[in-house]
Write a protein that binds this ligand. Structure first.
Ligand SMILES: CC(C)(COP(=O)(O)OP(=O)(O)OC[C@H]1O[C@@H](n2cnc3c(N)ncnc32)[C@H](O)[C@@H]1OP(=O)(O)O)[C@@H](O)C(=O)NCCC(=O)NCCS
Length: 337
């Protein structure tokens, strides 16, 4: 699906993020599986990642991120009428983590639900919140992207466990006077689903306390196939949304690609022709935080003073599904319409 914003200016008016305290370095990982700092840095660009404490669940990361986003927007939780949490690691299968979060924030009248689109979850959720606001169903939406993938990692599988980390980011979406989202492109190719998946825990293979089935509760991935997919869709989705919005690549001031691997980001950046200083990269510090990756990178860009009113920001995510999604936004300075 693809489309442009038609007439209603909706933007991000608040942004926040949160990562667990514990840092897991490549050297420490090398004591757990047969790998090395050199291999991980060369193949992925990742140097360290954050890992949640045993008692920490997604809502524990989402809550501080959401509070920071609300504070930046100058809103109280009670003023939010829609909460979407994009994740593949909710606190539990149900109730939705969004409902838990809405309660914690005091967003009593909000519609609240989780959305699963792998690492593309944040882009899907933002597009959906945009549609809810543009259609008049919502006035002020909170979108969280976050994952605690460490809980579903096979820590003896070096082909996956070195890549991922935990973290969450949150944004508030509101109507503004001008600027804001220009368009979105979202897609999925379910035939690629087996390239990146969690076998058990759903209705096909229900969750089980049986330790024989334990390996089914860990992420499985065909890294090479996902690499090929990622490099292809990061380029095609970005080009599609830019063309749909009538914008040229050289107008993009800040490029925020999904933070999976520096090599994937570099490939897409070169193919798209985006100068290096316009790209946001924090995968070296956080690894791939799945749904948390794009909002964490946005928060980094904001902290570095790279997001000002009028800044054209291109975001593209891709991940399990297989899914992909892009959004183009002319950054605004909070000013509501
Ligand atoms: C996973 C990934 C980093 C592997 O990099 P790669 O250059 O494709 O490496 P390969 O899979 O070809 O493996 C090369 C060798 O390194 C080995 N290897 C794999 N993981 C390793 C690790 N952590 N440490 C050391 N060696 C490792 C492999 O076993 C292989 O050995 P072999 O040649 O003896 O068979 C890369 O494919 C990738 O980033 N894929 C995309 C993953 C992704 O982003 N997923 C999430 C999307 S949202």
């Amino acid at each position: 699906m693809i489309g442009t914003a038609n007439g209603v200016a909706i933007s991000i008016t608040g942004l926040g993020c949160h990562v667990p305290e514990r840092v897991l370095s490549n050297d420490e990982l090398a004591t757990m599986v047969e790998t090395s700092d050199e291999w991980i840095v060369e193949r992925t660009g990742i140097r360290e990642r954050r890992i949640a404490a045993p008692e920490e669940a997604l809502s524990d990361l989402a809550l501080p991120a959401a509070r920071a986003a609300l504070e930046q927007a100058g809103l109280k939780g009670a003023e939010i009428d829609l909460v979407i949490v994009a994740t593949v690691t909710p606190d539990m299968a149900f109730p939705a983590t969004a409902a838990i979060l809405a309660d914690q924030l005091g967003a009593r009248d909000a519609g609240a639900y989780d959305l699963s689109a792998g690492c593309t979850g944040f882009m899907y959720a933002v597009a959906q919140a945009y549609g809810m606001l543009a259609g008049g169903l919502s006035q002020r939406a909170l979108v969280v992207g976050g994952d605690v993938l460490s809980k579903i990692m096979d820590w003896s599988d070096r082909t996956t466990c070195v890549l991922f980390g935990d973290g969450a980011g949150a944004v508030v979406l509101e109507r503004v006077g001008e600027g804001g989202f220009l368009g979105f492109e979202l897609g999925a190719d379910g035939s690629g689903g087996p390239q990146l998946f969690l076998p058990a825990g759903g209705s096909r293979t229900p969750a089980s306390g049986d330790t024989i089935g334990e390996h089914l509760h860990f992420v499985k991935m065909n890294g090479r196939e996902v690499f090929k997919f990622a490099t292809r869709v990061l380029v095609s989705s970005a080009e599609a949304v830019l063309a749909e919005c009538g914008r040229a690549i050289d107008e993009v001031d800040v490029y925020v690609p999904h933070q999976a691997n520096v090599r994937i980001i570099e490939y897409a950046r070169n193919k798209l022709g985006i100068p290096e200083d316009r790209v946001v990269v924090d995968v070296d510090r956080y690894g791939n935080t799945s749904s948390g990756s794009i909002p964490l990178a946005l928060a980094d860009a904001q902290a570095e003073g790279r997001l000002e009113a009028g800044t054209l920001v291109l975001m593209t995510g891709m991940g399990a599904g297989l899914t992909w999604g892009s959004g183009l936004i002319e950054w605004t300075d909070g000013g509501r319409g």
